[in-house]
Ligand binder design. Sequence first.
Ligand SMILES: NC(=O)c1ccc[n+]([C@@H]2O[C@H](COP(=O)([O-])OP(=O)(O)OC[C@H]3O[C@@H](n4cnc5c(N)ncnc54)[C@H](OP(=O)(O)O)[C@@H]3O)[C@@H](O)[C@H]2O)c1
Length: 242
Amino acid sequence: MATIPTVLITGASRGLGLEFARQYARDGWRVIACARNPAGAPELEGLAADSKGQVTVHALDVEDQSQIDALVRQLDGAPIDVLVNNAGSMGRETFAEKGPATQRFGQTDYEDWLRILRVNLLAPMRLAEAFVDNVAASEQRKIVTLTSIVGSIGQSRFGGLYAYRSSKAAANAVMKALSVDLKGRGIIAVPLHPGWVRTGIGGPRGELDVETSVTGLRKVIAGLTASDSGRFLQWDGRELPW
Ligand SMILES: NC(=O)c1ccc[n+]([C@@H]2O[C@H](COP(=O)([O-])OP(=O)(O)OC[C@H]3O[C@@H](n4cnc5c(N)ncnc54)[C@H](OP(=O)(O)O)[C@@H]3O)[C@@H](O)[C@H]2O)c1
Protein backbone atom coordinates (compact mmCIF):
# COMPACT_ATOMS: atom_id res chain seq x y z
CA MET A 1 0.00 0.00 0.00
CA ALA A 2 1.35 3.45 -0.92
CA THR A 3 2.22 5.72 2.01
CA ILE A 4 0.05 8.78 2.50
CA PRO A 5 2.20 11.84 1.77
CA THR A 6 2.50 14.62 4.33
CA VAL A 7 2.71 18.37 3.85
CA LEU A 8 3.60 20.97 6.48
CA ILE A 9 2.29 24.46 5.69
CA THR A 10 3.13 27.65 7.60
CA GLY A 11 0.69 30.56 7.64
CA ALA A 12 -2.28 28.28 6.91
CA SER A 13 -4.81 30.60 8.60
CA ARG A 14 -5.88 32.32 5.38
CA GLY A 15 -4.92 33.23 1.82
CA LEU A 16 -2.63 30.88 -0.08
CA GLY A 17 -1.72 28.85 3.02
CA LEU A 18 -5.35 27.99 3.76
CA GLU A 19 -5.90 27.05 0.11
CA PHE A 20 -2.81 24.79 0.18
CA ALA A 21 -4.31 23.05 3.23
CA ARG A 22 -7.69 22.65 1.52
CA GLN A 23 -6.29 21.26 -1.72
CA TYR A 24 -3.78 18.85 -0.17
CA ALA A 25 -6.50 17.61 2.21
CA ARG A 26 -8.91 17.12 -0.68
CA ASP A 27 -6.28 14.98 -2.41
CA GLY A 28 -5.89 12.76 0.65
CA TRP A 29 -2.63 14.14 2.03
CA ARG A 30 -1.89 14.34 5.72
CA VAL A 31 -1.79 18.09 6.38
CA ILE A 32 0.17 19.67 9.23
CA ALA A 33 -1.37 23.12 9.11
CA CYS A 34 0.44 25.78 11.11
CA ALA A 35 -1.09 29.10 12.11
CA ARG A 36 0.17 31.62 14.61
CA ASN A 37 -3.30 32.01 16.11
CA PRO A 38 -5.49 28.99 15.33
CA ALA A 39 -8.38 30.46 17.32
CA GLY A 40 -8.49 33.31 14.81
CA ALA A 41 -8.62 30.93 11.84
CA PRO A 42 -12.15 29.47 11.86
CA GLU A 43 -11.98 28.19 8.27
CA LEU A 44 -8.84 26.21 9.04
CA GLU A 45 -10.30 24.90 12.29
CA GLY A 46 -13.41 23.85 10.35
CA LEU A 47 -11.30 22.04 7.75
CA ALA A 48 -9.49 20.15 10.49
CA ALA A 49 -12.70 19.34 12.38
CA ASP A 50 -14.24 17.78 9.25
CA SER A 51 -11.10 15.84 8.31
CA LYS A 52 -11.19 12.92 10.77
CA GLY A 53 -7.61 13.65 11.86
CA GLN A 54 -6.14 14.03 8.39
CA VAL A 55 -5.63 17.78 8.96
CA THR A 56 -4.12 18.89 12.25
CA VAL A 57 -3.71 22.49 13.30
CA HIS A 58 -0.62 23.65 15.20
CA ALA A 59 0.05 27.02 16.78
CA LEU A 60 3.20 28.34 15.17
CA ASP A 61 4.49 31.88 15.03
CA VAL A 62 7.35 31.41 12.58
CA GLU A 63 9.34 34.16 14.32
CA ASP A 64 9.43 32.10 17.51
CA GLN A 65 12.20 29.49 17.62
CA SER A 66 10.80 27.92 20.80
CA GLN A 67 7.48 27.20 19.06
CA ILE A 68 9.34 25.70 16.09
CA ASP A 69 11.38 23.49 18.45
CA ALA A 70 8.19 22.41 20.24
CA LEU A 71 6.63 21.35 16.93
CA VAL A 72 9.78 19.40 16.02
CA ARG A 73 9.45 17.50 19.31
CA GLN A 74 5.72 16.97 18.78
CA LEU A 75 6.22 15.49 15.30
CA ASP A 76 8.87 13.16 16.70
CA GLY A 77 10.64 12.42 13.41
CA ALA A 78 7.49 11.95 11.30
CA PRO A 79 8.33 12.25 7.58
CA ILE A 80 7.38 15.50 5.81
CA ASP A 81 7.21 15.08 2.03
CA VAL A 82 6.70 18.77 1.26
CA LEU A 83 7.58 21.64 3.59
CA VAL A 84 5.77 24.76 2.38
CA ASN A 85 7.23 27.96 3.80
CA ASN A 86 4.19 30.07 3.03
CA ALA A 87 3.88 32.51 5.96
CA GLY A 88 4.79 35.97 4.79
CA SER A 89 4.44 39.60 5.71
CA MET A 90 4.54 42.98 4.07
CA GLY A 91 4.69 44.69 7.46
CA ARG A 92 2.55 47.62 8.46
CA GLU A 93 2.07 48.98 4.93
CA THR A 94 0.20 46.78 2.52
CA PHE A 95 0.43 46.53 -1.24
CA ALA A 96 -3.34 46.11 -1.19
CA GLU A 97 -3.75 49.66 0.15
CA LYS A 98 -0.83 51.56 -1.38
CA GLY A 99 0.25 49.58 -4.47
CA PRO A 100 3.80 50.37 -5.65
CA ALA A 101 3.92 53.33 -3.22
CA THR A 102 4.33 50.80 -0.40
CA GLN A 103 7.58 51.27 1.56
CA ARG A 104 8.56 54.37 -0.42
CA PHE A 105 12.05 55.91 -0.25
CA GLY A 106 12.36 58.40 2.61
CA GLN A 107 9.65 56.76 4.70
CA THR A 108 11.48 53.68 5.93
CA ASP A 109 10.35 52.07 9.18
CA TYR A 110 13.43 50.07 10.17
CA GLU A 111 11.77 48.13 12.97
CA ASP A 112 9.07 47.04 10.57
CA TRP A 113 11.76 46.03 8.04
CA LEU A 114 13.42 43.82 10.66
CA ARG A 115 10.11 42.11 11.43
CA ILE A 116 9.53 41.48 7.72
CA LEU A 117 13.00 39.93 7.49
CA ARG A 118 12.25 37.68 10.47
CA VAL A 119 9.08 36.36 8.82
CA ASN A 120 10.03 36.22 5.14
CA LEU A 121 13.75 35.45 5.34
CA LEU A 122 14.78 33.98 8.69
CA ALA A 123 11.72 31.78 9.17
CA PRO A 124 12.17 29.67 6.01
CA MET A 125 15.76 29.03 7.12
CA ARG A 126 14.65 28.22 10.68
CA LEU A 127 12.03 25.79 9.36
CA ALA A 128 14.49 24.16 6.95
CA GLU A 129 17.05 23.65 9.72
CA ALA A 130 14.43 22.42 12.18
CA PHE A 131 12.66 19.96 9.88
CA VAL A 132 15.47 18.80 7.58
CA ASP A 133 15.52 15.31 9.12
CA ASN A 134 11.74 14.98 8.73
CA VAL A 135 11.99 15.99 5.06
CA ALA A 136 14.97 13.71 4.47
CA ALA A 137 12.98 10.81 5.96
CA SER A 138 10.13 11.27 3.44
CA GLU A 139 9.64 9.92 -0.07
CA GLN A 140 9.33 13.24 -1.92
CA ARG A 141 11.86 15.36 0.02
CA LYS A 142 10.88 18.88 -1.08
CA ILE A 143 11.25 22.27 0.60
CA VAL A 144 9.52 25.18 -1.13
CA THR A 145 9.34 28.80 -0.06
CA LEU A 146 6.86 31.31 -1.41
CA THR A 147 9.03 34.25 -2.35
CA SER A 148 7.97 36.75 -5.01
CA ILE A 149 8.74 38.13 -8.43
CA VAL A 150 9.18 41.40 -6.51
CA GLY A 151 12.37 39.79 -5.14
CA SER A 152 13.70 39.26 -8.66
CA ILE A 153 16.51 41.76 -9.25
CA GLY A 154 16.62 40.93 -12.96
CA GLN A 155 12.95 41.66 -13.47
CA SER A 156 12.47 44.63 -11.18
CA ARG A 157 9.89 46.94 -12.78
CA PHE A 158 9.22 49.57 -10.11
CA GLY A 159 10.83 51.15 -7.04
CA GLY A 160 9.64 51.15 -3.42
CA LEU A 161 8.80 47.99 -1.50
CA TYR A 162 12.33 48.03 -0.07
CA ALA A 163 11.67 45.85 2.96
CA TYR A 164 9.48 43.29 1.22
CA ARG A 165 11.55 42.98 -1.95
CA SER A 166 14.85 42.65 -0.09
CA SER A 167 13.38 39.95 2.16
CA LYS A 168 12.20 37.98 -0.85
CA ALA A 169 15.43 38.45 -2.84
CA ALA A 170 17.39 37.21 0.17
CA ALA A 171 14.99 34.30 0.62
CA ASN A 172 15.68 33.37 -3.01
CA ALA A 173 19.40 33.33 -2.22
CA VAL A 174 18.76 31.13 0.82
CA MET A 175 16.75 28.65 -1.23
CA LYS A 176 19.51 28.50 -3.85
CA ALA A 177 22.09 27.75 -1.15
CA LEU A 178 19.82 25.12 0.43
CA SER A 179 19.51 23.41 -2.95
CA VAL A 180 23.30 22.97 -2.91
CA ASP A 181 23.72 22.04 0.76
CA LEU A 182 20.83 19.56 0.89
CA LYS A 183 21.47 17.88 -2.45
CA GLY A 184 23.44 15.11 -0.75
CA ARG A 185 20.37 14.25 1.34
CA GLY A 186 18.20 14.05 -1.78
CA ILE A 187 16.25 17.19 -0.87
CA ILE A 188 14.89 19.50 -3.57
CA ALA A 189 14.73 23.19 -2.57
CA VAL A 190 12.99 25.83 -4.69
CA PRO A 191 11.64 29.34 -4.27
CA LEU A 192 8.20 29.79 -5.86
CA HIS A 193 6.33 32.91 -7.01
CA PRO A 194 2.55 32.40 -6.67
CA GLY A 195 1.56 35.11 -9.18
CA TRP A 196 -0.26 38.27 -8.13
CA VAL A 197 -3.04 36.74 -6.07
CA ARG A 198 -6.12 38.24 -4.39
CA THR A 199 -5.20 37.75 -0.71
CA GLY A 200 -4.31 39.92 2.26
CA ILE A 201 -0.89 40.60 0.76
CA GLY A 202 -1.90 40.74 -2.92
CA GLY A 203 -5.03 42.81 -2.34
CA PRO A 204 -8.32 42.74 -4.24
CA ARG A 205 -6.85 43.80 -7.60
CA GLY A 206 -4.61 40.72 -7.93
CA GLU A 207 -4.71 38.83 -11.23
CA LEU A 208 -5.35 35.35 -9.81
CA ASP A 209 -7.67 33.78 -7.27
CA VAL A 210 -6.15 31.52 -4.62
CA GLU A 211 -7.56 28.38 -6.19
CA THR A 212 -5.88 29.01 -9.56
CA SER A 213 -2.55 29.96 -7.98
CA VAL A 214 -2.39 27.02 -5.58
CA THR A 215 -3.58 24.55 -8.23
CA GLY A 216 -0.67 25.72 -10.40
CA LEU A 217 1.83 25.74 -7.53
CA ARG A 218 0.87 22.22 -6.47
CA LYS A 219 1.33 21.01 -10.04
CA VAL A 220 4.78 22.60 -10.10
CA ILE A 221 5.66 21.07 -6.72
CA ALA A 222 4.40 17.63 -7.79
CA GLY A 223 6.56 17.74 -10.91
CA LEU A 224 9.79 18.84 -9.21
CA THR A 225 12.79 16.61 -9.81
CA ALA A 226 16.38 16.85 -8.60
CA SER A 227 17.32 18.87 -11.70
CA ASP A 228 14.81 21.59 -10.69
CA SER A 229 16.40 22.17 -7.30
CA GLY A 230 17.68 25.73 -7.04
CA ARG A 231 15.51 27.08 -9.86
CA PHE A 232 13.20 30.08 -9.30
CA LEU A 233 9.79 29.06 -10.64
CA GLN A 234 6.37 30.66 -10.73
CA TRP A 235 2.89 29.20 -10.32
CA ASP A 236 2.52 28.19 -13.98
CA GLY A 237 5.91 26.46 -14.12
CA ARG A 238 7.76 29.25 -15.91
CA GLU A 239 11.28 30.05 -14.72
CA LEU A 240 11.98 33.57 -13.41
CA PRO A 241 15.22 35.53 -13.53
CA TRP A 242 17.02 36.04 -10.22
N1 LIG B 1 -0.68 37.34 -2.82
C1 LIG B 1 0.29 37.64 -3.67
O1 LIG B 1 0.05 38.30 -4.69
C2 LIG B 1 1.69 37.17 -3.39
C3 LIG B 1 2.66 37.41 -4.36
C4 LIG B 1 3.96 36.98 -4.14
C5 LIG B 1 4.27 36.28 -2.99
N2 LIG B 1 3.30 36.05 -2.05
C6 LIG B 1 3.69 35.30 -0.84
O2 LIG B 1 2.76 34.27 -0.60
C7 LIG B 1 2.77 33.94 0.80
C8 LIG B 1 1.32 33.86 1.31
O3 LIG B 1 0.76 35.15 1.33
P1 LIG B 1 -0.77 35.45 0.99
O4 LIG B 1 -0.78 36.10 -0.33
O5 LIG B 1 -1.61 34.26 1.22
O6 LIG B 1 -1.06 36.60 2.06
P2 LIG B 1 -2.04 36.66 3.33
O7 LIG B 1 -3.43 36.29 2.94
O8 LIG B 1 -1.81 38.02 3.89
O9 LIG B 1 -1.48 35.55 4.31
C9 LIG B 1 -0.28 35.70 5.01
C10 LIG B 1 -0.14 34.52 5.95
O10 LIG B 1 1.12 34.59 6.63
C11 LIG B 1 0.85 34.42 8.00
N3 LIG B 1 1.89 35.03 8.86
C12 LIG B 1 2.36 36.29 8.87
N4 LIG B 1 3.27 36.45 9.84
C13 LIG B 1 3.36 35.24 10.47
C14 LIG B 1 4.11 34.76 11.56
N5 LIG B 1 4.98 35.54 12.23
N6 LIG B 1 3.96 33.47 11.92
C15 LIG B 1 3.10 32.65 11.28
N7 LIG B 1 2.34 33.07 10.25
C16 LIG B 1 2.48 34.34 9.86
C17 LIG B 1 -0.50 35.06 8.23
O11 LIG B 1 -1.03 34.64 9.48
P3 LIG B 1 -2.10 35.53 10.33
O12 LIG B 1 -3.45 35.16 9.80
O13 LIG B 1 -1.87 35.09 11.73
O14 LIG B 1 -1.77 36.97 10.11
C18 LIG B 1 -1.24 34.51 7.03
O15 LIG B 1 -1.63 33.18 7.25
C19 LIG B 1 3.60 35.02 1.48
O16 LIG B 1 4.90 34.54 1.74
C20 LIG B 1 3.65 36.13 0.43
O17 LIG B 1 4.76 36.97 0.58
C21 LIG B 1 2.02 36.46 -2.23
